[in-house]
Design a protein around this ligand. Structure first.
Ligand code: PLP
Length: 361
């Protein structure tokens, strides 16, 4: 059996360091917003080449607090790709804002810059881009549009730790970058965790405030805040994992290249473009008979996943919010996409086996 994911195997080579870190945090007697969080924030902002990083409780909160920090008037419109994970859209809705769907480019699965301007109205205030599957969006084109129309940019970097475009990493292209460290992400914690990156000191202070009851001085509340703190233990573990991130990404990239070179042309493979450094959080292919293919692979002992089976505009929860925003390209992707095993623990033999079975389909 070739598993799709196995978090025990993903973390195994860091166990000794994790145990040592757990001991260190345990014995410190300080468990919330201390040295460990500060250290991780410094290390991760250095990694992303941003001035600031603020640790928060999870990726959804990183998105919610990023939008909150921009202080947009209620009912403002935020442009977002129609094929994203639901969290991106939830962050807009939870801020009392209106998501405006823009379809992805069918080749990159990322928001199509050429379709953005027709969706801009007098109420549009921000573009929330998503670097889906670990590939950056065309940020030069998106930045030009945002500059022209005076829009803010928030990057959903939950799948793109260490990915870059023209040497600039995810989290350093927009006004704010929102990261998730959910255990399955390329940089994964042993529980929930997230962070926001930015280069603006005021935005940094605002987010640091919002994550901690809207307070920068104890018992003085300047903003209507949240409790969304990254805890010391997860921060200590993430600092250990961060040192391995480039190695994790390069392993996933080498597995991806095996797939790209080995899979027959019946499968629509991810595009590789000049200037883009993709980190393959997910390796997806598309096939018109996706469900039968998934079944066939399972029969041959290969587990796969679908990211994602239902487009946001078809989700019951979004009936009111997105009901009049059809997204045929997103629906085409959702009905044909299949994610192949590409975790850190998979070997080249595992991937060769998947390729062999797939090419007999
Ligand atoms: C995982 C993910 C999130 C949410 O992260 P959580 O830490 O689970 O809240 C948001 N956006 C995208 C694109 C994701 O993949």
């Amino acid at each position: 059996m070739i598993e799709y994911e196995n978090l025990l195997k993903v973390n195994q080579d860091a166990f000794d360091e994790y145990r040592e870190a757990f001991d260190r945090v345990l014995k410190s007697g300080w468990y919330i917003l201390g040295e460990q969080v500060k250290n991780f924030e410094q290390a991760f902002s250095a990694y992303c080449n941003t001035r600031y990083c603020i640790g928060v409780a999870n990726g959804l909160d990183a998105l919610i607090l990023s939008l909150k920090a921009l202080d947009l008037e209620p009912g403002s419109e935020v442009i977002v790709p129609s094929n994203t994970y639901i969290a991106t859209i939830l962050s807009i809705v939870h801020n009392g804002l209106q998501p405006i769907l823009v379809e992805p480019d069918i080749n990159t699965y990322n928001i199509d810059p050429s379709l953005i301007e027709e969706k801009i109205t007098s109420r549009t205030r921000a573009i929330m881009v998503v670097h889906l599957y670990g590939k950056l969006c065309n940020m030069e084109a998106i930045r030009a549009i945002a500059f022209k129309h005076d829009l803010k940019i928030i990057e959903d970097c939950a799948q793109a730790h260490g990915a870059s475009y023209h040497e600039t990493r995810a989290g350093n292209w927009g006004d704010l970058g929102a990261f998730s460290f959910y255990p399955t992400k390329n940089l994964g914690a042993l529980g929930d965790a997230g962070a926001v990156t930015c280069n603006d000191e005021m935005l940094k202070n605002k987010i640091a405030n919002l994550r901690n009851y809207g307070s920068s001085v104890k018992y003085h509340n300047e903003d209507i805040g949240f409790n969304s703190r990254l805890d010391e233990l997860q921060a200590a573990l993430l600092s250990i994992k961060l040192k391995r991130l480039d190695h994790i990404n390069s392993h996933k990239r080498s597995l991806a290249h095996l797939y790209l070179n080995g899979l027959k042309e019946d499968f629509i493979k991810p595009v590789v473009q000049e200037g883009y450094f993709d980190v393959y959080h997910i390796f997806n292919i598309r096939h018109p008979k996706r469900d039968a293919l998934k079944e066939y692979l399972l029969k041959h002992g290969i587990k796969t996943e679908i990211h994602y089976p239902i487009a946001p505009n078809k989700q019951p929860a979004m009936k009111e919010v997105l009901h009049d925003q059809p997204s045929p390209i997103a629906e085409l992707i959702h009905s044909t996409t299949l994610s192949l095993p590409i975790s850190y623990f998979h070997t080249t033999d595992d991937v060769s086996r998947v390729i062999e079975i797939m090419n007999c389909y």
